[in-house]
Design a protein around this ligand. Sequence first.
Ligand code: AMP
Length: 278
Amino acid sequence: MKIIDNIAELKKEIALLNGSVGLVPTMGALHNGHKSLINKSVSENKNTIVSIFVNPIQFGANEDLDKYPRQLQEDAKLCESAGVNIIFAPKVSEMYGDDKNNLTLICPPYFAVDKLCGKSRPGHFDGVCSVVAKLFNLTKANKAYFGQKDAQQLFIIQKMVRDLNFDIEIIPCPIVREFDNLALSSRNQYLSTKDRADALNISKALFNAKKMVGEGIKQTRAIIDASLKIMENLDVEYIEFVDKYTFEFQQEVNENTIMLIAARVQDSNTRLIDNINL
Ligand code: AMP
């Protein structure tokens, strides 16, 4: 496995690869969620490239860019044992030059970003699309693997690929959870014991919603009320229901509904997201 931090060397190595290339874009601090994407790529491609880049242009001014966990050595061990060929871990200046405030950006359409995470994180998805497009161009990957944990991101990337004719197949991968259903996230490292216990109520609300739907309840209002009760110890940013194909909001659940939650735990003020297919 090669660990590469510059674009010239990456291009050289990629030119030497034979066979299909799978790309797994990440911000590092790798966990079993990332590992499931990597495993899928390794099983489906001759070569797998994992990018590890804490992308500054997708963070807002008051967000956790500086404290975001960076642990390249541990990440490299996980990648090596999973059969990754190349880790691409560039510095910010390698990706963006000296002026990351004056870049050509890819801006997804208003209807896709004026809701959910895009609403509370203005510019976030411009940053995500722009870095992902650069990684697609640099790696020339045949397939790229994204987690359903970031459902809005996955929807937006799939749309970008269609709209801009990227020659790449996007492979959605299911959410990996801990034994008690907490969705794995690099940000779980921030949680105190109390925070972690509180954070569990996010997945509890989602699984309870699925149970309610199984019992015949279709009105999202009733599900929201029950969810707010379960999450009363959290600062809930949103509980929303969208059609998984269009990301339009829904008042009534049907077979295409995804329920999405963003909430903050109180000790560390960590913002967590999760979702479920209803
Ligand atoms: P991140 O490093 O948080 O930017 O995530 C990199 C990729 O891993 C994204 O496609 C995420 O959706 C995916 N991912 C993160 N957490 C999970 C999880 N618990 N299950 C599945 N995929 C995940």
